[in-house]
Design a protein around this ligand. Structure first.
Ligand SMILES: [Zn+2]
Length: 413
């Protein structure tokens, strides 16, 4: 049995260390303070008896749990990230423990009247009777992804203490800067040496994900001509009006606010405009590779059409791919998803398999040669003051890691 108090203590010891990452920084890790937790994790891995513990110049941590069986078993890995989102402050996190949750409003902060309510966050109701860890309403919690770190650490400790559980070689990887999209960038897949891995970075209990968006970014620039407005007749070209024509030519229903499931979108997230020049920034998302290509082609066609219509090179477009759907890389090795699913079922967890409407480090790693589905870490309402995690979900995720290790060894006997 995984000890509940140990999970709570370990989790709290991690979330009370501020590791917020910074998209403006060019260093790795992006913030110096991420070293505080990185060094602690490396020390703890050594103390518990893991082998080949290493921490590189960019704060990537790797460690090995050696196989305890005689037969050949594929090497599997478990990965999570120790930075927290720059969307909300992660300094001075003061976790609150709500035992035997009664299904009612939780007062996060009486002074500021900040309430975590099941009226708004219905997911809370599935955790009645459980132990929840919440914030004090003034910071994020950092369950994303310190819950994942807690689970991997706890599972390794458990397997080390229980050699009767048979497993092959297990690799552990902890990364900085996932929240700013760089967690996989400096991950040394070859050094890690796993045949496949799982990121422990999903949300509610049961989540198992191996499909994500194909993603690109587009910058559209419209050029105008500034002239004194009093003397502008026949001379002024106001780029902002042209830019709005571009915006209105894209299909209005293919926006984030009108899409779900497998539906892709164009998302305009930034406009910077003046008469002379207007820049539009979009992200383009679609699970389907063909539809993704069609979306990019449509944007280019609109630019071409508008330039033709206005008989001038008003518009310029620059599209860059960002990441791709890991399904392409995981489907040829579907047994790695099946093992995770079977592990959950063996533990009475109902697997929730659904496409991610975003990306994960696992999608980048999959394209770097390490197929890497994503498994629940247990938390909810990431990146904000309402973030919380049920301790029971963290225990289950820890058990899932141990069970995947065990099933993999069994299957290759
Ligand atoms: Zn995360």
């Amino acid at each position: 049995m995984i000890n509940k108090q140990d999970i709570i203590n370990r989790f709290i010891s991690y979330v009370t260390i501020d590791t917020e990452s910074d998209p403006e920084s060019e260093t790795t890790p992006s913030t110096e303070k991420q070293w505080d937790l990185a060094k602690k994790l490396a020390d703890e891995l050594l103390d518990m008896g893991m082998s080949d513990v290493s921490i590189d110049d960019n704060a990537y941590i790797m460690a090995t749990l050696p196989s305890n069986v005689d037969h050949e078993v594929p090497t599997i890995g478990f990965i999570s990230h120790f930075d927290t989102s720059p969307d909300f402050t992660g300094a001075n996190v003061k976790p609150q423990i709500i035992e035997n949750y009664d299904g009612k409003d939780i007062i996060l902060n009486a002074e500021q009247n900040i309430i975590l309510s099941p009226d708004y966050f219905e997911d809370l109701l599935q955790y009645e009777g459980q132990t929840l860890i919440t914030t004090d309403g003034t910071t994020l919690l950092g369950a994303d992804d310190k819950a994942g770190i807690t689970e991997i650490m706890s599972a390794m400790k458990y397997l080390l203490e229980h050699p009767e559980i048979k497993h092959g070689t297990i690799k552990v990887g902890f990364t900085p800067d996932e929240e700013i999209g760089r967690g996989a960038h400096k991950f040394d897949v070859e050094k890690f040496g796993a045949d496949w891995a799982y990121t422990m970075d999903g949300s509610q209990i049961g989540e198992l994900e191996y499909e994500n968006f194909n993603a690109a970014g587009a910058v559209i620039t419209a050029k105008g001509k500034i002239v004194h407005p009093g003397y502008a007749k026949g001379k002024m070209v106001n780029s902002m009006y042209y830019a709005s024509e571009f915006i209105n030519t894209l299909p209005p229903l293919e926006r984030p606010e009108h899409t779900e499931g497998y539906e892709g979108f164009f998302h305009l997230y930034d406009i910077d405009g003046s008469v002379e020049e207007t820049t539009l920034k979009y992200i383009i998302r679609d699970h389907d590779a063909d539809k993704f290509e069609a979306k990019k082609a449509l944007m280019e066609k609109i630019v071409l059409d508008l330039n033709t219509k206005f008989e001038a090179l008003i518009f310029d477009i620059d599209i860059k791919d960002q990441y791709f759907n890991m399904k392409e890389k995981v489907e040829p090795v579907m047994h790695i998803v099946d093992i995770a699913e079977d592990a959950m079922k063996a533990l009475d967890i109902e697997p929730l398999i659904k496409p991610i409407r975003g990306g994960t480090d696992g999608s980048q790693l999959s394209y770097m040669g390490l197929p890497c589905p994503n498994i629940f870490a247990g938390g909810h309402n990431f990146h904000g003051r309402y973030e919380y995690v049920p301790v029971e979900s963290m225990i289950k995720a820890t058990e899932v890691i141990c069970k995947i290790a065990e099933l993999t060894a069994e299957r290759y006997e």
